[in-house]
Each structure stands twice: as C-alpha cells, then as structure tokens.
Write a protein that binds this ligand. Sequence first.
Ligand SMILES: [Zn+2]
Length: 368
Amino acid sequence: MKAVIAFSGGMDSTALLINMVNNNYDITCISFDYGQKHKIELERAKANINYLKSTGHIIDHKIIDMTNSFEIFDSALLNDDIDIPEGHYEEVQMKLTVVPNRNGIFSSILYGYAISLVNKYNCEVKIGLGVHSGDHAIYPDCRPKFYESINKSFALGNWKSQNVSFYLPYIDTDKKYILNDIMTSCKILNIDSNIILKNTLTSYNPDHKGKSSGKSGSDVERILAFNSLGLEDPIEYIKPWNEVLLDALDTELRHHVTRENGTERAFTGRYDKFSLTGKYSCYNCNKLLFTSEMKYNSGCGWPAFHSEHDSANILRIIDASHGMKRVEVRCSSCDSHLGHVFEDGPSQFGGERYCINSVSLDFEEELK
Ligand SMILES: [Zn+2]
C-alpha cells in the first residue's frame, strides 16, 4: 500500500517513517521548508533518508518550498523578533511556537498528493502524521477531533476520497511510547536506532552548529522521554547529558508544583538550607515575594519565611485536599502555586510560617 508522510526530521515523524517502513508501505516523505528557524531539521531528514537507503530501504523524499506563503505568518518559530520560549511543553507561553494552521495546510497538501496517487495508480493511500498527545495542550491542530473533522471535509471535497485515509498511530500516545516504537521498529528492521535518533532534531532553538539547547519545550519533552526509558539521547546538546537531564527534571518538577499544586520532596529543594543575602521572586513571572531577612530555619524541609514582602500581595486560598484544612499561597501576578502558610512561625514576627517550594522561587543574590 502507498503512504504519504509529513516528514519534518523530528523524532515523531521519524518514528512514524520507521514504523511504516516496518509495515511494508511504499512511502513518499514530504518535508516542508516553511522558513522555520530550526531549518537544520531538513538536513537531518535527508541524513535519515540516506541512512535508510544504505540499509536497502528506498524512500521517495520531496522537500516542498513553502517559505513564500509562511513569511506572512506570525510565530516564534518563524519570526526573528519573537524569541523561542523555554520551559515545560505544556506551559501557556509555548503557544508562541504555534504556527497558525500549519497542520491544516500540510495535511491539505498531503491529501492533494494522495488523491493524485489514487488517480495515477488506482490504489489506496495512507496519510501518515506523527502527531501525539504531548502536543494536545498547546497545538489544537494535533488533536483527534481536528483530524476526524478535516478527514470528513477533504472526503466531501474530493473524488475517490474513499481510497485515502489518515494513519495517526501516536495520536493518543506520548513521547516515551514514540521513542519505544523507534527502538522496536529499528530492532525488527535490523537498523541502528542510535544513528536514526542522532539524525533527528527536536529542538526549536538549536545553535548554529545544530546542537540542541535542551531548553525549548520540545527539548524538555524529548529529554524526559529518554530518561523514562533509562536511555541517553545520542544527539548533541550544548551541555553534557547529565546537566541537560537535571535541567529538564527541574523544569518538569516546577511545572508539577506551580501548575498542578504539587510539592517537592522535603529536604531536597535548592533553597531549603540556604542563607545567602538577596531577594526571592516568583520563578514564573519574577514578582518579588520575599527577602532573605524574612527567611528563617524552621527545620521543616522547605524554605520558610515569617513574612512576605510589602508589595507581594500573595494570594491565600483554603486548601481542603489530602484530608487537611490548610491555607494555600499563590503568586498574585501569575497564579503559580507557591506552597502553604501555617501558624507555627516565630511569634515576634506575627506567628506565621510560609512554607514555600524552592522550585517556585528564583533567587537573586545581593552583593555587598
Ligand atoms: Zn508569579
């Protein structure tokens, strides 16, 4: 059976390609040059097509120039005056990396090519896309409903559409599943998964040599996937793997604490046993919350403060979770969860203890 794949050169579409090679499809890969800042992904895409050729798998590869159309679009992935956001892949600032209607446009072209193949060969054609659930939070054009809907619309608008269908094997799975699928398919095909993975690019902000930053949302998601399988990513990062991994784990923990009301484990936070002089701000929005004069050693396992800064306006909310009645504290500026406030603090300062997660805070030292 014939297949047409949107092949970016990233990990997801590469996994899809290997998956479909393994399932004996006659494949055309289509890569889009749409003016993306991380254009080096197209070179990686070519490298994997060449590697597959050297192992006896011949793939038709077309690179389509869409730069003229996309240069009028607005996205951090396209415009030099918008920086690529860093952090967790589900954070709201990642919406800057949305390219408006990108998957709708790409799917449209793939569909047109698929119908052309049907006309020419009177065959069935699968359209393969590597969209997955990690994309769902930020990219509405990666969600199942969107594909159900465009499949219906395209079918209504084309003759012989009964011969064309979408193949989205990852739409309900995550990056870990995708990585596992690459490893499995490579093993069955007897090709080197390390070479395949090294030829992929996931970072939205690689340096000029193509080394991944480890900081963009897509980087963090990829690093965590490798870690969850106990693997080291073979691609080059600007820092050694152990540092890149620690940063990604930190980002994940921060997302869990500040956005999902999580709590870091006692005695593990950076600012627990920490007594430098300076200012503590909200990590996510930089609002000044505490100073080191307000910090004291409570021995509870988390940074403790007896007072908040005059301008902090920290929000207090009754928290009845975990069978307790506690007072939760959140940043008044960006609504990040910070921790809780208890009434066992030092009496000379009012008797309160702000029990705050280290990952919710950013510290700036005051140099004398
Ligand atoms: Zn904040």
